[in-house]
Design a protein around this ligand. Structure first.
Ligand code: NAD
Ligand code: TYD
Length: 354
């Protein structure tokens, strides 16, 4: 029988990709999403008449609602994407990150654990709680350091990564203490269609097209390891199916790039797609750095490759070109996300940077 999944944060960038893939596999999805500024039902427009995708607006920290959804739909697994996810916002308002990422995850875990403890076999043994986390919990690497592996000690530097680290520890503790069958995934920076344009890649694409400055923090030499969102979601599905209970799996795309390289590549792709008489790269502006800016992230994903047989299907170069073309082809999606609240954010994050 097809599985039922309770997906949290499934209207966001990565969660919506996972929901679309799950529906393509025939799984029923209950999607609990608070629909914050980052949650966008347009991401799921293709499922609007789908009776096996049930979108519920609500908070993972609402114990009563989570309890009702569990007893009504009896999911085979909970996949927790719900989070505040943007480092720059966490610098301006850390408590919002503690509320959702720490307290919200804690409530979700408690309610799921209480419900799971009363399940009969075999549902009790086959149930899974998969928590989606980030490589940022491991801290920052120097240029020659080996990539993060699953045993790298946690050393988070931003309020965002500290809140994600806290949530990972809670998830792990619920396994050690109550035997809740958990799995954790830690992945690198995602890119692809439907990413909210506060993050580097979509922000640069849209600013370039609008003729605005391309604000590179510091010298642009910081390094991120890019992973296509579809590869990330296929890895999560595999971990859910075959991962060993209690384990964590790193997921990465083997694509380390400096930020300046990424921005220059976006400019070159745009120059081919929408030729501009003034070159997009001339819009690059070096602005005041992010406080506590982690220098480098890099993921060693040999465990998931070796043990579960996963590997990324997208190369960064073709994946990035496809992503740029997605933004060029989806003007309506872009118009809808660039509301007044978005403009306020751009003003508060970039207004003072000069
Ligand atoms: P996103 O900000 O695009 O989406 C987050 C979603 O969670 C939104 O739909 C939002 O409405 C929802 N949400 C927020 N607070 C909620 C709450 N209290 N209750 C219910 N729903 C809530 O984020 P994303 O980029 O899709 O990231 C998803 C997950 O993956 C997050 O846990 C993030 O930490 C993790 N992650 C992201 C990246 C990345 O590069 N984007 C990398 C590694 C890990
Ligand atoms: P971001 O997409 O915010 O992801 P994260 O901080 O989680 O890695 O940023 C990616 C990199 O791009 C990071 O090193 C910060 C940098 N950056 C800029 O240089 N300018 C910008 O306007 C933004 C949003 C990010």
């Amino acid at each position: 029988m097809a599985k039922t999944l309770l997906v949290t944060g499934g209207a966001g960038f990565i969660g919506s990709c996972f929901v679309l893939q799950a529906r393509a596999r025939g799984e029923r999805v209950i999607n609990l999403d608070k629909l914050t500024y980052a949650g966008n039902p347009d991401n799921l427009a293709s499922l609007v008449n789908d009776p096996d995708h049930i979108l519920v607006q609500g908070d993972i920290g609402n114990a009563e609602l989570v309890g009702l959804l569990l007893s009504q739909y009896k999911p085979d697994a909970v996949v927790n994407f719900a989070a505040e996810s943007h480092v720059d916002r966490s610098i301006i308002d850390p408590e919002a990150f503690v509320r959702t990422n720490v307290l919200g995850t804690s409530t979700l875990l408690r309610v799921v654990k209480n419900w799971w403890q009363n399940l009969d076999e075999p549902a009790r043994s086959s149930f899974r709680f998969l928590h989606v986390s980030t490589d940022e919990v491991f801290g920052a690497l120097k240029p020659g350091d080996p990539a993060f592996c699953e045993t790298t000690p946690y050393s988070p530097n931003s309020p965002y990564s500290a809140s994600k680290a806290a949530s990972d520890h809670l998830v792990r503790a619920f396994h050690e203490t109550y035997k809740l069958p958990i799995l954790i995934t830690n992945c690198s920076n995602n890119y692809g269609p439907r990413q909210f344009p506060e993050k580097l890649i979509p922000l640069m694409i849209l600013n370039a097209l609008d003729g605005n400055a391309l604000p590179v923090y510091g010298t642009g030499s910081n390094i991120r390891d890019w992973l296509h969102v579809e590869d990330h979601c296929s890895a999560i599905a595999l971990v859910l199916e075959k991962g060993l209970v209690g384990e964590s799996y790193n997921i990465g795309g083997h694509s380390e790039r400096t930020n300046l390289e990424v921005v220059k590549t976006i400019c070159a792709i745009l120059q081919d797609e929408v030729p501009s008489p003034t070159r997009y790269a001339d819009q690059i502006t070096f602005v005041e750095d992010r406080p506590g800016h982690d220098f480098r992230y890099a993921i060693d994903c040999s465990k998931i490759e070796r043990e579960l047989g996963w590997k990324p299907a997208h190369s960064f170069d073709t994946g990035l070109a496809d992503t740029v073309r997605w933004y060029l082809a989806n003007e309506e999606w872009i118009e809808n996300v660039r509301s007044g609240a978005y403009l306020d954010w751009i003003d508060s994050n970039y207004g003072h940077r000069g």
